[in-house]
Design a protein around this ligand. Sequence first.
Ligand code: SAM
Length: 544
Amino acid sequence: MERRVVFCLLCNTPQLSIRTHLHRVCMKEHTPEQRAMEEVRARTSQKHFNREGRVWKFSELETFCKDAASCVALCQRLESRGLLVADSPPTYQHIEPSQRSHDVDVLAAAADDMDFFKSRLVVGHSLPKVAVTSLRSYCVAIMLLQHRIATNAVVEFEVQQWLDRKPVSGGATILLAGPVAAGQRFTLSPREEGLLDCYFCHIRPVSMKEQGRDKGRFFIGKCGSPLSNPSSDLQRLKKKYSPQASGSVAEADSPSASTSTGQPPGASLSDPLMGQTPSGASRLTSGSVRNWKAFCDTFPVSLHAAPPTKFQCVRARFPCHMPYYKKWREAQLRQRADYILRHAVGRQGNRPTEAAVQRVLGKERWTTNRPCVEDLLKAWVPPQQVAGDYQHLLPCLLQQSWKGLSLKDFGQAKGKGVVATMPFSKGEVVCDYHGELISNSVGNQREQSGYLFFFGKRFCIDATTFPCGCHPEQDTFGRMLNHSRHNPNVRAKKVKVTFPDGPRDALVFLARRNIRVGEELMWDYNIKRQSFGGEGKDLAWLDE
Ligand SMILES: C[S@@+](CC[C@H](N)C(=O)[O-])C[C@H]1O[C@@H](n2cnc3c(N)ncnc32)[C@H](O)[C@@H]1O
């Protein structure tokens, strides 16, 4: 590796001038001090790698591998990338490639691409569907090929088991629970855990927004329903990356392949990004017409993103970039206008004042592509809503089919709680507090179980009985939300909904702020005492 090259630890790409890179790309909105600190961190890490990172011990690698064949495959992979394997046994040299595990080869062949896709997703870039599917397939393959988990057990693998994984030195152990593999354990390496986590945090939540119901399963298809046939994912991956498919997409389309031909990774990614067929038949050349969607995939439009430069466009093989560039700026302007109006609007949804728009706009440091106040005021339209606003929740209220939630065990003191498995925006309804609706006085006479919710002066919801009579086969999430006085991220709200037997109140939880995947959902029980488990009642109150 060239001595001057330093890897940027934020985007995991090699840089000839890390300082300029941080200044122009990864930390352009940070202070010089912050950039200097990051530069030191990157240089120190690079030095460390140069001194020590190249050498791996065979005996150490063996501890991570299932068998000798996979260890050999790993060693060969490392060596092919310029790393050195020390203390390898003499037999290592004599094992024929044909003896190596074919499956592990597929995983190894796809590894660079997957790490690259992951590095893009974790810094907030979007990827086109074909790359997203490959990454999901790779995660499936890790379980099927590397850990030899049965296909049905992969289908049954649940979010809850993922959330309950136990960190161990160098990875995480997962305990399977479904009927096929109940009690089976396997340990993911840190890299594997990182990839699965990337799927969980960045790919799965997007599919969750679709129509299908995830049923708590970890692997879901792009329509949001559980993956029913992981083998087809595996076949897709094998077709693409199997060494037998020489001259295949593994060579032709992958970022790693293009990198080795000297092209920048951004440019090399463009072919799989364009949704090419595995045969490579529809390979797009630099002169091909690029559609707007591909441009957005490469340069996602967001509130604060800088528009792509001419150099970036050309590098990503958009030579005739001007129409896309203009469209990109228009799309950003619309997003910004929408954002300003949403934040400037009065509490009751009244027309925003000029001063409010000025104030919100003033907080943003947009120097270009800045919406003008006059246009914003003209563009405002009153939101349609008010009466019956929550009626659309009826199916979820009746079927308890709330999306994007999973239970997680937080240990003895706190017990179970609810974790978000898809992002929620501020104000979005998360779930309801489902239980038996009783009067306040009846509630006071009942044994205080920790699952009683009093609201107003008249009503109480008792969610002590589990499972409830109307949903005998499932847990309801509302009753499992834990308490936080200082940092609650959801709040309870009483809403009117017309049920089949007439209109009545329901208690729903709304996100108080934007909530990320993996965050525990907690609300303020509005109880007087500081801790649980002592004297007194665990009552939750909603003041009217
Ligand atoms: C409505 S339940 C919540 C679900 C509960 N954790 C479970 O596993 O069934 C309320 C009970 O959870 C526990 N709990 C809730 N929030 C807690 C917190 N922040 N710390 C400790 N325990 C908590 C208390 O025992 C409380 O009575």
